[in-house]
Design a protein around this ligand. Structure first.
Ligand SMILES: [Zn+2]
Length: 60
């Protein structure tokens, strides 16, 4: 039961798009950037581009 609830509410498999704040499904994400050994996922090419131009603005 607890496992079931965990699954239901967890954000597992999803990452937040640092540009627009949308949750992006990692499995199906088409837009991804690696910055300082961390992968970032984006909802669109537009968000990825914006991030790639100055990643330090979006990562603390
Ligand atoms: Zn986005």
């Amino acid at each position: 039961m607890i496992d079931f609830l965990k699954k239901l509410f967890s954000q597992e498999g999803k990452e937040k798009d640092p540009i627009c704040g949308m949750m992006v499904e990692v499995k199906t994400a088409k837009f991804k950037s690696i910055y300082k050994n961390t992968a970032y996922y984006f909802c669109s090419e537009h968000c990825k581009k914006q991030f790639d131009e100055s990643p330090s603005d979006y990562v603390n």
